[in-house]
Design a protein around this ligand. Structure first.
Ligand SMILES: Cc1ncc(COP(=O)(O)O)c(C=O)c1O
Length: 403
């Protein structure tokens, strides 16, 4: 349940949420999105069509990538990326344990083996030392997550190692739309990358994802796989040029993005800079307001990098508090503040710990973070009083529960 926000939990439990409740990861829409959605409905073309195509072009330009293929989730994008790069049953794929389950699940979906790697304690990104230790002759893929939107600072070194050993590099950019390292954008370091437009993400289409790559063969492959393995997509079939038959060239999947989703994506991408500036303001406000409390604020943004400010994750100093992390979250909830846990690491999850006999101590950094981390609200739609309320609630709780 750890990826569910408190409002989602309330919905599951059928509890009304008060107007005063600050929802974790709430989207930021206004009349531009409302008008555009009505336009799509009036156009009578709500499936995959011109808007999905336009969103792909805009995303390509934003990222400076050669190809972009829109899909219905980042998870679908990761799965298709694994197929496109030729990974298959029995291969080993390195995955950092400090990530959302989807990063590892997709490896299971192709019947390959996710080999978990510990993270760094400060950046929460993959530990290159542990990654090197985990490479075997069976390693055929690495999925790299830019955690919380922070670029993996040694990603070029990892890509070099992978090239030498003929290992495919897939970037999981679910948190990393705006992320850059030395002027290079996240998603352009490896062979192929997948982005998320889930509701809590920096820009959202409700559900949605985008694959980018500079490799034409991979782009063509994911495009076909995302729509039943058909050689032509629906809106091209019914174009003014006349009817075109499709060929099924592979038993593909149903992962295409609709124009309804893309309409949101287009409007949201147009506002990516002001959204970013707002989150940066909240980030700096938290950094300053929380610095003397029994918690660790996010590691500094490293030089020559752009952090996407997707998640503001604090680590509670449990030695100085008489409550657990989960009790802290419940108390925040009672103060009308929704928070998140990103994440309880993969090796601690039932399926992975039982299938691969992982123990907490096998990944000491990811385990430590799993027990202490709390993500604070960081939506671009937040008001000044929202961010002050978050800090007031934290100060109240630590004052009552400090040792
Ligand atoms: C690191 C990471 N990878 C993958 C995903 C999956 O994204 P989606 O919900 O778009 O499938 C998420 C979603 O939260 C994520 O945080």
């Amino acid at each position: 349940m750890e990826n569910k926000t408190n409002i989602e939990l309330n919905q599951l439990e059928n509890k009304p949420v008060s107007d005063k409740y600050l929802v974790f990861g709430s989207p930021n829409f206004n009349d531009e999105e409302y008008t555009e959605i009505v336009e799509v409905l009036k156009s009578n073309w709500i499936g995959t069509g011109p808007r999905a195509h336009r969103f792909e072009e805009m995303f390509c330009a934003y990222k400076g990538a050669d190809y972009a293929v829109s899909v219905n989730s980042c998870t679908a994008g990761l799965f298709l990326s694994l197929l496109a790069t030729g990974l298959e049953m029995g291969d080993e794929v390195l995955v950092c344990s400090m990530t959302f389950c989807a990063t590892a699940n997709v490896v299971e979906h192709i019947k390959a083996k996710p080999v978990l790697v510990d993270c760094e304690l400060n950046t929460m990104n993959v530990s290159i030392d542990d990654l090197k230790r985990k490479i075997t002759p069976k390693t055929k893929g690495i999925i790299l997550v830019h955690f919380a939107g922070r670029p993996i600072s040694n990603i070029r070194e990892i890509v070099e190692i992978a090239k030498e050993k003929n290992i495919a590099v897939i970037e999981d950019c679910a948190h990393a739309i705006e992320t850059e390292l030395d002027g290079q954008k996240a998603g352009t370091f490896g062979d192929i990358a997948s982005f998320s437009f889930y509701v809590t993400k920096n820009i959202t289409t409700g559900e949605g994802g985008m694959i980018i790559t500079n490799n034409k063969e991979y782009a063509d492959k994911v495009k076909v796989l995302a729509l039943h393995g058909m050689s032509k997509d629906a809106w091209k079939r019914f174009s003014d040029d006349g009817y075109n038959h499709y060929e099924v060239v592979y038993p593909g999947y149903k992962y295409n993005m609709t124009d309804l989703q893309a309409a949101l994506g287009i409007k949201q991408l147009e506002k990516i800079d002001p959204f970013y500036q707002k989150r940066e303001k909240i980030w700096n406000f938290y950094n300053d307001a929380l610095k003397d409390l029994p918690l660790i604020t996010p590691y500094k943004v490293e030089a020559n990098s752009i952090h996407a400010y997707h998640l503001y994750t604090i680590l509670l100093e449990l030695e100085k508090l008489n409550i657990t992390r989960d009790q802290f979250i419940t108390l925040m909830h009672k103060e009308n503040i929704g928070t998140g846990v990103h994440y309880r690491a993969i090796h601690l999850q039932k399926y992975y710990r039982e299938t691969y006999n992982y123990r907490p101590e096998d990944f000491p950094n990811a385990t430590r973070i799993s027990e202490r981390t709390v993500s604070l609200p960081l939506s671009s739609g937040m008001s000044d009083s929202d961010m002050k309320n978050v800090v007031t609630a934290i100060k109240k709780i630590v004052a009552q529960h400090g040792k």
